[in-house]
Write a new protein. Structure first.
Ligand code: SF4
Length: 363
């Protein structure tokens, strides 16, 4: 490809144009597209919308396991045999103490995740009270992931001051029944639409590497564009021994970067997040993902260990990016170094599970 190909991608993304699906597929698959030139083009779009900023998200796995759903990639599914630390919903005091830790550790956004199909009316009101209390106490953006929601429940959360609702599409409509049988793609779409109708920002992403063709990833990207998703977490399937779906397919570091680039060109102004699997699948090319995406998760994922926070902060600052936080980059690196956890994120090609100290750091 000559340079006009890459400059054309940038111009059309910045101009708000949508390409043909085959052109997005080409970004994922065409060996004539030079990776470095592609990342450089994606960087131009990234910086036009987000400068060199990086938003750090910290997850709170607020109710772990015991889920009646059968999402085959998930360690909390009823079908999973992964030995996770199960517990019911944490107390308000514990969640508030963890919000404080997340803020002090550099979180821009605090994401509370509750396993299960969806919250009852009572649980929704409990979540709303929690959101109000966190928003009143810490200058954090708050996101909740609690399963399927209707308009009434979305309104309760919106009225409590929730900034954003997370509900991932995960895969394409056609592929959905292969990864989950207890709810449908349509159920997930409806939840996102209910969130939008009630004034919530939406965070919705995917998991690449579940056996889907490249065209499915393009379909997800264009669906999220049409839904107006403000935030798109791009996950790469993590292998857990004991899950129904264990082995990721087709995830070379280069392919993962191409996936991130395709989401940047198709959703140019969205917050594109490097989510689960950034350490595991991007490997030595991880830093390149910052030139495309503008946010990431710190301190691991729901049940999977992630890289030590000091290592992640050093990667961000050494590459010249700016962490969005009330604290200086130096203060964040020093604080993270003082509590550095150097345990590996993988052993024998499988993801390492978080222990109770990782999951409940304020206890
Ligand atoms: S609904 Fe959520 S917590 Fe339950 S199995 Fe699916 S992804 Fe896991």
């Amino acid at each position: 490809m000559d340079s006009t190909y890459y400059s054309g991608l940038v111009d059309r993304a910045l101009d708000g144009q949508v390409l043909d699906t085959s052109q997005y597929e080409q970004i994922l698959l065409d060996p004539d597209i030079d990776l470095l030139s592609l990342v450089h083009a994606a960087y131009a779009v990234r910086t036009a919308h987000w400068g060199k900023t990086v938003q750090v998200h910290i997850l709170n796995n607020a109710a772990n396991g015991k889920c009646p759903e059968d999402c085959s990639y998930c360690t909390q599914a009823k079908t999973s045999e992964v030995d996770i630390e199960e517990y019911p919903m944490k107390t308000t005091d514990e969640i508030l103490a963890e919000a404080k830790l997340a803020y002090e550790n550099g979180a821009f956004r605090y994401c509370m995740v509750f396993s299960g199909r969806g919250p009852s009316k009572g649980r929704t009101e409990q979540l709303a009270a929690l959101v109000s209390e966190i928003k009143a106490t810490y200058p954090l953006e708050v996101c909740v992931s609690a399963g399927l929601l209707d308009d009434e429940k979305a309104a309760v959360l919106a009225n409590a001051g929730l900034d954003r609702l997370n509900h991932n599409l995960n895969t394409s409509e056609e592929h959905y029944a292969e990864i989950c049988t207890t709810h449908t793609y349509q159920d997930r779409l409806e939840t996102l639409r209910a969130a939008k109708r009630n004034g919530l920002e939406t965070c919705s992403g995917l998991i690449a590497g579940m056996g889907e063709p490249a065209s499915d990833l393009v379909e997800i990207a264009l669906t999220l564009r049409s839904l107006g998703a403000e935030s798109i977490p791009v996950n790469f399937l993590l292998p857990f021994e004991g899950n129904e779906l264990v082995e990721p397919t087709g995830l070379s570091p280069e392919y993962c970067l191409r996936v991130l680039c395709m989401f940047r060109f198709s959703n140019p102004s969205a917050e594109i997040r490097i989510a689960a699997g950034r350490e595991f699948h991007l490997r030595s090319m991880e830093v390149m993902s910052l030139y495309v995406a503008n946010s990431l998760f710190l301190e691991g994922y729901l049940n999977a260990k992630g890289a030590a926070s000091n290592r992640t902060y050093e990667m961000i600052t050494e590459a010249g990016f700016e962490i969005v936080s009330d604290f200086s980059a130096n203060a964040l690196v020093n604080r993270a170094e003082a509590t550095a956890d150097e345990r590996p994120v993988e052993v024998n090609g499988k993801s390492v599970i978080k222990d109770l100290q990782d999951l409940r750091p304020a206890r």
